[in-house]
Design a protein around this ligand. Structure first.
Ligand SMILES: *Cc1c(COP(=O)(O)O)cnc(C)c1O
Length: 393
């Protein structure tokens, strides 16, 4: 919008700016003027369009990806004492939902080149109590889905995909969202489709869809929109103690507009990624994530690894140098095994996760969002370049 044209070289470039334009504003205003702000027709339309786009049989709109993951684990009937494998290189939401059931998240190390869950290290963590895996399509890359499905099949495990980073990510030409049992998307403000807060669970399994729908709205046999719309019956029954995870029409209206441009936004991020890759791959001081040929990356994040052995500064100092050059940066993620709660509860040691521990001290996420101007992209590139040139050994 107007504001971004005014951004000059001296202005701080934030790590992320969502691509919200006149269409999103108009759609949100329309919902406010309609008088129906909570879950209603707009939300149903959004879910239907999302379902169609992904090519899934069912899409359940919820108010966060965390809620979607929780409902997914309920759908597969996770029980107290069960174990669920999760990558350590993820956001805590992936693991915390497991504890809602009195079950245990079991962390798995990452592949050093992609930082995706290390497929080779999964089987050693499987026990008779293991019920499911929640792989994360980290940064927007696709996991090696076939390899994971093979392990799941062999050990009779469910797969819940954490797709918070991966709209639209493709695996062997096909969009993420229909593989495995259930896929969970995030529409959080920094994610590739933004509704402020929001999420979606997709599945081809009718029973899972029904369980998620009911559990996600107080355990009601019928939702409010159906009850209050013309011809709707007032009657409903509570069939379980559920949760309040419904997505509002206000958020869904923004989602509908965002979904229309989800492919265009991916192309823009991909173009930026290509520019970064071209320049940065010339520097031995930094390393980029390996891109697998089977996938098309949504490019939610652009992660660089700082080789501090080739520089006189480490990642933390690199981080500050970027900020001092007016570029917002971040770290994705502090691996779960290094957080006090997970570390102390499960007695996890850095040495148990050598790849993630090493990567953690190197990784830095740099800005990549669709509306970056050319001068903003150049600003990021020259910031990285100038730090390397200044501090190289
Ligand atoms: C953002 C994120 C989530 C949580 O998404 P919310 O919509 O904020 O609940 C889950 N997993 C990963 C990997 C994420 O980055």
């Amino acid at each position: 919008m107007n504001k971004k044209n005014k951004i000059s070289k001296d202005v701080y470039l934030p790590f992320h700016r969502p691509s919200l334009d006149k269409q999103e504003i108009k759609a949100a205003v329309k919902v406010i003027e309609s008088g129906w702000l909570t879950t209603g027709k707009v939300c149903h339309d959004f879910a239907e369009q999302f379902r169609n786009y992904i090519g899934a049989k069912y899409a359940i709109p919820v108010n966060s990806c965390t809620a979607a993951l929780h409902l997914a684990l309920y759908a597969i009937d996770l029980q107290r004492g069960d174990e669920v494998l999760v990558p350590t290189m993820t956001f805590t939401a992936t693991a915390e939902v497991v504890t809602y059931f009195g079950a245990h998240p079991i962390m798995v190390d990452c592949d050093p080149k992609t930082l995706l869950i290390d497929v080779k290290k999964i089987e050693e963590k499987i026990t008779p109590r293991t019920k499911a895996i929640i792989p994360v399509h980290y940064a927007g890359q696709s996991c090696d889905i076939a390899a994971l499905q093979k392990i799941a099949k062999k050990h009779n495990l469910k797969i819940i995909w954490d797709a918070a980073h991966s709209l639209p990510t493709r695996y062997k030409g096909k969009l993420i969202g229909t593989q495995g049992d259930i896929t969970c998307f995030s529409f959080y403000s920094t994610k590739t489709l933004c509704t402020g807060e929001g999420g979606m669970a997709t599945t081809n399994n009718a029973a899972y869809a029904e369980r998620m729908r009911i559990a996600g709205l107080h355990g009601m046999s019928k939702d409010a929109w159906k009850r209050y719309s013309k011809g709707g019956s007032w009657f409903y029954e509570i069939v379980m103690p559920g949760y309040k995870y419904n997505l509002t029409d206000l958020a869904a209206a923004i989602g509908i507009e965002q979904l229309k441009k989800v492919e265009v936004m991916q192309k823009k991020r991909e173009k930026i990624a290509n520019q970064y890759t071209k320049v940065f791959s010339q520097f031995p001081e930094i390393e980029l994530l390996e891109q697998k040929k089977y996938g098309i990356n949504a490019w939610h994040l652009f992660v660089i690894k700082i080789h501090s052995d080739k520089l006189t500064i480490n990642r933390d100092q690199f981080f500050i140098e970027m900020q001092e050059r007016g570029v917002g940066v971040s770290v994705h993620f502090i691996p779960l095994h290094l957080h006090p709660y997970w570390r102390d509860t499960y007695k996890l040691k850095p040495a148990d996760f050598p790849a993630a521990t090493e990567a953690y001290h190197k990784i830095l996420s740099i800005p990549i969002f669709p509306d970056m101007t050319n001068s903003e992209i150049k600003k990021v590139i020259s910031a990285v370049e100038s730090i390397i040139v200044k501090y190289r050994k």
